[in-house]
Design a protein around this ligand. Structure first.
Ligand code: NAD
Length: 340
């Protein structure tokens, strides 16, 4: 087998990070995992508690903009791969308060790059058999918006971000690419479509809809609900990150997405049906009645669709979950974790 990887997973207590840590710990028990997370409103240490208690994971509370701390962690844990999930991730928050988006998504990513560069330069010659990699987990939102008929985003589509969130992610991503071009650092960027699954903070559409149905509250839908999103079950995203981390080409970017394009309103209808079915003892039923259209979000992208041909052809990735099976699993998880 390969020498063990020592992963530094930043933002590992958030939604996708948590799922990724569980995914990796299940498959690669020999690898060493360290999580650095600032535990903002979106991060929960409890998500990782049982891995900590069984010594499968070291958790460090701290900020990715703290260069000294990042330097220490890279050296102390002999890190080979840094997977950066740490971000401010909610578009609506980025509209009302963009400052922290610049700090975390741009300055934070830059800090990680600088620290990793120093660490990698000092280690790589001594450990030629090890695979060093800086993996930046990013979004398809950096590409902007599509019209109804256009083909999906590819890796060569120019960035055209429309929100402070996507602009800040694009800024960080540009630095990651530049570190490969300028310093020859082994970096890769991934651009994934909308994720859903366990552990998502209930400000995001799917857990929000489930929660509001349970509480009999209105189900807010932006505009006329016809905006189209490409949805991916979080485990399929984690699988793609695994393939990229182990076998992706340095200096490249990879799009990650399914062909499950769904209008927001149809997604909400599906969720209502699932909730009515899986939680038949609901106080409010049928939940479709709770749907309420609200003023559209400013700069709201009309459609995202991702072309993941490169990932499929180069690395053999295929999504395992259909939207029907993935949503059912997700709703079941939220119903089994009502305190969430
Ligand atoms: P999230 O908001 O659930 O989690 C972010 C995590 O980062 C939290 O645990 C938070 O505490 C931590 N964090 C925030 N600022 C930090 C800082 N300065 N220092 C250290 N930790 C900090 O986000 P998510 O949905 O899990 O997204 C993870 C990454 O994946 C983000 O970079 C996001 O841009 C990207 N992404 C998300 C989606 C999606 O649909 N959710 C899709 C594509 C890409």
């Amino acid at each position: 087998g390969r020498p063990p990887h020592c992963l530094l997973i930043t933002g590992g207590a958030g939604f996708i990070g948590t799922n990724f840590v569980h995914y990796w710990a299940d498959r690669y028990p020999q690898d060493k995992l360290t999580v650095l997370d600032a535990l903002t409103y979106a991060g929960k240490r409890e998500n990782l508690r049982h891995l900590e208690q069984t010594n499968r994971l070291q958790f460090v509370e701290g900020n990715i903009t703290d260069r000294q701390l990042v330097d220490q962690l890279l050296a102390r844990h002999d890190i080979t791969c840094l997977v950066n999930f740490a971000a401010e991730s909610h578009v609506d928050r980025s509209i009302s308060a963009p400052d922290t988006f610049v700090q975390t998504n741009i300055v934070g990513t830059f800090t990680l790059l600088e620290a990793f560069r120093a660490h990698w330069q000092s280690q790589v010659a001594r450990n030629p058999e090890r695979r060093y990699c800086f993996l930046q987990v990013s979004t398809d939102e950096v590409y902007g918006s599509l019209t109804e008929a256009s083909p999906g985003f590819t890796e060569t589509t120019a960035f055209a971000p429309n929100s402070p969130y996507s602009a800040s992610k694009a800024g960080g991503d540009h630095f990651v690419r530049a570190y490969s071009q300028t310093y020859g650092m082994p970096t890769i960027v991934t651009h994934c479509s909308n994720n859903y699954g366990p552990y998502q903070f209930p400000e995001k559409l799917i857990p929000l809809i489930c929660r509001n149905i349970l509480q009999g509250l209105p189900l807010p839908i932006y505009g006329d609900g016809r905006n189209i999103r490409d949805w991916i079950y979080v485990d399929d995203h984690c699988h793609a990150l695994e393939l990229v981390l182990l076998n992706g080409q340095f200096g490249e970017s990879y799009n990650i997405g399914t062909d499950d394009e769904v209008r927001n309103i149809d997604l909400v209808h599906t969720l209502c049906d699932l909730m009515d079915d899986l939680a038949a003892d609901l106080p409010v039923s049928p939940s479709q009645k709770l749907i309420q259209f609200v003023d559209d979000r400013p700069g709201h992208d009309w459609r995202y669709a991702i072309d993941a041909t490169k990932l499929r052809q180069e690395l053999g990735w295929r999504p395992k979950a259909s939207i029907a099976t993935g949503l059912r699993k997700t709703v079941q998880w939220y119903l089994a974790h009502l305190d969430w």
